[in-house]
Design a protein around this ligand. Structure first.
Ligand code: TYD
Ligand code: MG
Length: 459
């Protein structure tokens, strides 16, 4: 294939150079020049921006929104319920989904399980740039996956991959990983920003033109961004992150962006010797094993996406040797913790200004809602006094700056979840409590002020 015309463009100021150089002469920035394709090698074939995929007219026309014909999106079930949930109810044909995560977290395993589960209905092509074909086949065999309808390809040149894929006509392509792919149009090394971007762009175009669903695997750098360009996140339809705590066998799959569904939906898996297993009842795993109440521990019901989830909030309050005692929040917002401690002092009459305060949400869960306010303060209080909260007690609610408890959404559903898990007492904002004061076996104490909640928690 003839070389395409490329240029080196500064990502800061946009100046363009025919050759790579370390510093941009226009803005003096270092290492900002990226190779980009300015003209495809052959002037030919639909590859240009004006191509006619999806049957769109060549000339775009202004159309009243009400008259736009809606194409119903086809959802393919991946055969893995938790993955379908995070995708918003299945994989959309012609969509491109980026699956990010640390090396070794289980991305290849998850996608191999998905592609084999889908294959009887939707033939799939597994493109591997990291492992050999026999490694992939070996893993499928070891996990006992049926491989009918799944093909594999060990190739890293994106043009050759697309030629093969166009011939094989799969409904699903998995590209593992995007960092190993490279395009003939560029001279930059595989894994570089321009190669990753160009390869992804080609795959996205292929997906839209042919209606093939594409999974891209991307390794996440320590900084949390997908290695290579963050720009990938803008090019694809959905970005899923696969996470897990070191040493834990549980894995969380989270939607970070989704054009076809809600984000914040959470999929929970456990890694075992037969690969990833779905965890149908995640509440159970995020409550620490021993249910004998410990000082500094409070249980709350949070919501992840569309379902309630029981999690444990732990606090450790300890005499501080520092002039500025530490406030550390893991899985919660740091500033919110500082604010809550101020409310605790002002309206609860308990000061912790000479204490270090550490708060952690068990299981690597991040709670971004204000429902955690009350359980955080109860855990802090319990640790400070070295007295556990009453057994089988759960709490949630937003704490306002004047010490009042504010209701949170979906209270009833949360209370039901707590009742299902055998909790006997719930301390919640008054407006979230049912009139009867009960949900099944669960006694619900509706309170209006923080001080009231503290009284209930103490006995
Ligand atoms: P992998 O899917 O290769 O991770 P990634 O593609 O994200 O880099 O998973 C690798 C890890 O998972 C590896 O450390 C071993 C573990 N694992 C199991 O514990 N059980 C299994 O059945 C499989 C396939 C992997
Ligand atoms: Mg892998």
């Amino acid at each position: 294939m003839a070389k395409a015309k490329t240029a080196y463009v500064c990502t800061d100021c946009g100046a363009s150079y025919p050759k790579w150089q370390g510093q941009c002469e226009a803005c003096s920035a270092w290492n900002t020049l990226n190779e980009i394709v300015i003209e495809p090698a052959s002037s030919s074939k639909g590859a240009s921006r004006h191509s006619n995929w999806a049957g769109m007219p060549e000339q775009a026309r202004v159309t009243p929104l009400g008259q736009v014909k809606q194409e119903s999106e086809t959802r393919l079930s991946t055969g893995i319920g938790e993955l379908d949930r995070v995708l918003g109810g299945g994989l959309v044909s012609g969509s491109v989904v980026l699956v990010g995560g640390d090396p070794g977290i289980g991305k290849s395993t998850l996608l191999l399980q998905a592609i084999t589960a889908m294959a009887p209905q939707f033939p799939g092509l597994y493109v591997t740039g990291e492992e050999s074909l026999s490694q992939v086949a070996g893993r499928a065999q070891r996990l006992g996956l049926g491989v009918d309808g799944v093909s594999a390809l060990a190739e890293t040149c994106v043009e050759r991959i697309l030629t093969q894929a166009a011939a094989a006509k799969p409904r699903l392509v998995v590209a593992d990983s995007i960092q190993t792919l490279w395009s003939e149009l560029l001279t930059a090394a595989p894994g570089s920003v321009s190669q990753v971007r160009e390869s992804a762009a080609k795959l996205v175009r292929f997906a839209k033109e042919t209606g093939t669903a594409v999974f891209l695997v991307g390794h996440v750098t320590k900084e949390g961004g997908i290695a290579g360009p963050r720009v990938l996140e803008h090019m694809v339809d959905a970005v899923l992150y696969f996470e897990g705590e070191a040493g834990s066998r549980f894995r969380l799959l989270r939607a970070f962006k989704n054009r076809f569904g809600a984000v914040n939906e959470l999929g929970v898996f456990a890694m075992g010797d037969k690969g990833l297993r779905e965890v149908a009842n995640p509440s159970a795993i995020f409550l620490s094993g021993s249910r004998v109440p410990q000082p500094g521990s409070a249980v709350m019901v949070t919501r992840e996406g569309t379902r309630p989830l029981m999690v444990e909030v732990q606090a450790l309050v300890d005499q501080s040797p520092l002039a500025n005692p530490r406030r550390v929040a893991l899985g919660l917002e740091q500033n919110r913790l500082a604010m809550l401690l101020a409310v605790l002092h002002r309206h609860g009459g308990v000061g912790v200004f000479d204490q270090d305060v550490f708060v952690n949400v068990v299981g690597g869960i991040r709670v971004q809602e204000t429902a955690a306010d009350l359980p955080v303060l109860l855990a802090v209080l319990s640790s400070l006094r070295d007295r556990p909260l009453a057994e089988k007690t759960v709490a949630f609610g937003e704490v306002g700056l004047s010490g009042e408890l504010r209701p949170i959404p979906n209270g009833e559903e949360r209370l039901k979840e707590a009742a299902t898990h055998g909790f006997r007492r719930a301390i919640v904002p008054k407006a979230n409590a049912p009139k009867s004061g009960r949900v099944g076996e669960l006694e619900v104490l509706g309170v209006e002020r923080l001080s009231e909640a503290m009284d209930h928690a103490a006995n």
